[in-house]
Design a protein around this ligand. Structure first.
Ligand code: LLP
Length: 386
């Protein structure tokens, strides 16, 4: 099965560029709404870090979602794109003073705090403004996720969050400070998770923590379980929308919420991953001793996931219907790791053919760099080609 692209219109556009299918993005967002329509206490915050393309952000904000930010820059991007400040949450192990001040000034919902040192700074900065900052503590639940080692975050060895054994101490510290209000707990165990069992393990851990806190008469208004739901990189056309039903049902079934408690999610990849493709042109087909290379004009500077995480992305030759041959698809960057895929079957490649590197909507455009003095790729949506 192949994807559908306005290939005639692509022919005149400079490559490489990102292409976002806004119909698929809207379908995905609607499926999230549909899957949570009977749960008023479920709130989905889109994780801006996955893709901050302005047009993409506008579509997501217009449908009423909140935003999960990890920097002052992301808070600015969220506000510019129309996300309501009271639906913005802000996490990160190293928040600078200006970023905390920005969060206070725009009136975000709460800060996800990752250390006592940070809590004290937020208290001090809020005091200077005569405000009280709502804070939630990011707890490291020490739950492993079945995903790439570079994208697990919830293990004791990771830099993220507050260790479980320190949790009560931190909550007590918050109670002693006048300009912070403790409102909740925050978790995130990793990304590209496809086994619901990993989320069940997180739910079990949160249930234990809640019981422990209740023994100390500590009440929690909000539980934020982070993001992490993966997408099917192998089958972008067959499985364009992740199984949100199964995902939310896992939390409904396994997490024991107390009356009135709100449950927040921070989904990134699952929202935008499948709607984006990196479109690139073949510069040369090079026959080497043992293999042939399709050398394209996009590189690891445009999409770093294969080089950084050995991530797989399907590739389609949009210009050729000829019989498949086997290629290593590589970019022009002066690095041996600038390889999109090795020994991959593609319709016979020719100079000038357009390729679509699929499932690149999340952590693609946003992670692009200018290494080798390259231009950043432009991001177009399907609406730009009507
Ligand atoms: N919340 C927190 C606290 C996070 O750290 C992340 C992702 C998310 C939510 C969103 O996770 P998602 O739903 O997208 O899995 N660049 C890597 C992924 C890094 C994810 C970092 N944190 C990649 O390309 O696979």
């Amino acid at each position: 099965m192949k994807g559908t692209f306005p290939i005639e219109k692509f022919k005149t556009v400079a490559t490489p560029f990102y292409y976002y299918d806004t119909e698929l993005l809207r379908t995905t967002l609607n499926r999230i709404k549909e899957a949570t329509k009977n749960d008023d206490h479920f709130h989905v915050h889109y994780a801006i870090k996955a893709n901050a393309n302005k047009k993409v952000l506008r579509i997501i904000s217009a449908m009423g979602f909140g935003a999960d930010c990890v920097s002052g820059g992301e808070i600015k991007a969220a506000i510019e794109a129309g996300f309501a400040p009271e639906k913005i949450v802000y996490a990160g192990v190293g928040k600078s003073d200006w970023e905390i001040n920005l969060g206070l000034e725009v009136g975000i919902d709460y800060f996800n705090v990752e250390s006592i040192a940070e809590l004290e700074v937020i208290n001090e900065l809020a005091a200077q403004k005569g405000l009280t900052a709502r804070v939630s503590f990011r707890i490291n639940p020490n739950v492993g996720a079945h995903t790439h080692a570079n994208i697990t975050t919830g293990l004791a060895e990771n830099k993220f969050g507050i260790a479980m054994e320190d949790m009560e101490k931190v909550i007590e510290t918050a109670a002693s400070l006048n300009h912070v209000e403790f409102i909740g707990l925050h978790f995130h165990i990793g990304s590209q998770i496809l086994e619901m069992g990993d989320f069940v393990a997180l739910c079990n851990r949160i249930n234990e923590l809640q019981e422990q806190l209740e023994r100390h008469h500590i009440k929690v208004q909000n539980i934020n379980v982070g993001g992490g739901l993966g997408i099917d990189y192998q089958h972008p056309n067959e499985v364009p929308v992740p199984d949100f039903e199964a995902y939310f049902q896992t939390y409904r079934k396994h997490l024991s919420l107390r009356p009135g408690q709100q449950l927040h999610f921070e989904l990134g990849r699952a929202v935008v991953g499948q709607c984006g493709s990196l479109i690139t042109r073949i510069l040369y087909v090079k026959q080497a001793t043992y293999k042939q290379f399709a050398i394209v004009d996009a590189g690891m500077t445009d999409l770093i996931r294969p080089a950084l995480y050995q991530a797989f992305h399907c590739i389609e030759n949009l210009s050729s219907e000829n019989k498949k041959e086997t290629y290593d698809v590589v970019g022009p960057i002066c690095e041996s790791s600038d390889v999109f895929v090795k020994a991959y079957d593609l319709n016979k490649c020719h100079r000038g053919d357009l390729l679509a590197i699929r499932s690149a909507g999340a952590y693609g455009e946003i992670m692009a760099s200018q290494y080798n003095c390259r231009e950043l790729p432009t991001g177009y949506t399907s609406e730009d080609f009507i």
